[in-house]
Design a protein around this ligand. Structure first.
Ligand code: GRF
Length: 195
């Protein structure tokens, strides 16, 4: 079943673009019906525009509370019959019970969770002297990078001389893994109900 996706991104959007490209190549059976971003400067907005994907800019500062922010997001999502929400560099923790109850939400994280959660995973792995790190795709719950793991891939980082090199190396693998996992979800080869 072609999955109808909403992508949430706060920044550069390279994973967002990788998913778009994979769909275009026929390698990922999904349709991205909208982007929601919490950052008006996100490069992801330009990527959406170039690919004729509706972009919604939802700024926390325009809403009196997180609850209100979440309600507006729910209202946006109601317009799209979304099967799956894909977090691609989305920097807010989703705390809304209603959002988490109504939607399947997945995230990609640049470490082998539960090691190195948080915003500096690649740097943390590098500074810890890890020879191997990797990426994790997991279901989202209220915890930070703590939901059930659906896919992991190791990446050899022993040749990396800086945290930046670790980030770039893992990112290349992310760009292949995220569309692959979305396609497996679409084919029913991975079933989120089982997690
Ligand atoms: C990626 O490293 C992803 O794993 C993490 O945030 C980064 C987003 O990069 N959650 P991009 O915006 O997709 O380029």
């Amino acid at each position: 079943m072609t999955l109808n996706i909403c992508v949430l991104a706060s920044g550069r959007g390279s994973n967002f673009l990788a998913i778009i490209d994979s769909i275009k190549k026929g390698e990922c059976d999904a349709k991205i019906s909208c982007l929601i971003t919490d950052n008006s400067n996100a490069k992801a907005i330009e990527i959406a525009r170039l690919n004729k994907i509706q972009a919604h800019i939802l700024l926390r500062k325009d809403h009196s509370s997180s609850e209100d922010f979440d309600l507006v997001m729910l209202r946006i999502l109601e317009n799209y019959s979304v099967d799956l929400i894909v977090l691609a560099g989305y920097m807010r923790i989703i705390r809304s019970t209603e959002l988490l109850r109504k939607y399947k939400i997945i995230n990609i994280h640049p470490s082998l969770l539960p090691k190195y959660p948080g915003a500096h995973a690649q740097k943390d792995a590098f500074l810890a002297g890890e020879k191997v790190s990797g990426l994790t795709i997991h279901l989202v719950d209220k915890t930070l990078d703590g939901g059930p793991i659906i896919f992991q891939q190791e990446v050899d980082i022993s040749d990396c001389k800086s945290a930046g090199e670790v980030s770039s190396k893992i990112l290349e693998f992310e760009h292949k893994a995220y569309p692959l996992v979305i396609n497996k979800l679409s084919l029913g080869e991975i079933k989120l109900d089982e997690y």
